[in-house]
Design a protein around this ligand. Structure first.
Ligand code: GAR
Length: 192
């Protein structure tokens, strides 16, 4: 991966599907003087993604693609990314699975945040499954994206302790707080 030299920041795209708290956090991180990234583009698969408000608020370009025709939409996204000279893609609560071909085009340059201690609890509904299995710990992971779901090389992880009275909601909240610390840290780790 290209490294940031001096004040030269890596053009980054953030992909979202929902609330966008990680997006907001990454934008704030990108605005720090010594941050290695600049966010050039926000991609969403839904016009209803709440996180799109941050595009307007922080004056960042946004594009929405429904992913009904995944191949065509990914082709258009690749054009958007090229136009904006994007060299890093952060999946921040992006709930669509990117094709092998797309991942190949950005090999080693797509990272994802996942709300579990991978390799445990890949896929959806992680907190539900973690609570149901009475796990003592959960957490979050930032990893490289490969064509195998939630299986790419781990960059960083953070553990969270689960108490007896934790629910899916309280666990999700605790994990999300850790995500907001972990994602910028992971970006710094791979770019410096
Ligand atoms: C986060 O917890 C993220 O880890 C998770 O979605 C949430 C998005 O929150 N991602 C996945 O489950 C990906 N499989 P946000 O929209 O507030 O950043």
């Amino acid at each position: 991966m290209k490294k940031s030299i001096g004040i030269q920041k890596i053009n980054t795209a953030v992909f979202i599907s929902g609330t966008g708290s990680n997006l907001k956090n990454l934008i704030k991180f990108s605005l720090l003087r010594n941050s290695p990234i600049i966010i050039k583009l926000i991609i969403s698969n839904s016009i209803n993604a709440k996180g799109l408000i941050y595009a307007k608020k922080y004056n960042i370009k946004k594009k929405t693609y429904g992913f009904k025709k995944k191949f065509l939409d990914e082709k258009k996204i690749l054009v958007d990314l090229k136009k904006n000279k994007v060299h890093l893609i952060c999946l921040a609560g992006f709930m669509k699975i990117l094709s092998k071909n797309f991942i190949k085009r950005f090999d080693g340059k797509i990272i994802n945040i996942h709300p579990s201690l991978l390799p445990k609890y890949k896929g959806l509904n992680t907190h539900e499954r973690v609570i149901k299995n009475k796990e003592k710990f959960s957490g979050c992971t930032v990893h490289y994206v490969t064509s195998k779901l939630d299986s790419g090389k781990i960059i960083l992880q953070k553990k969270v302790k689960i108490f007896k009275n934790d629910t899916v909601k309280t666990l999700a909240k605790k994990v999300l707080q850790k995500e907001h610390v972990l994602f910028p840290k992971a970006i710094k780790k791979i770019l410096s």
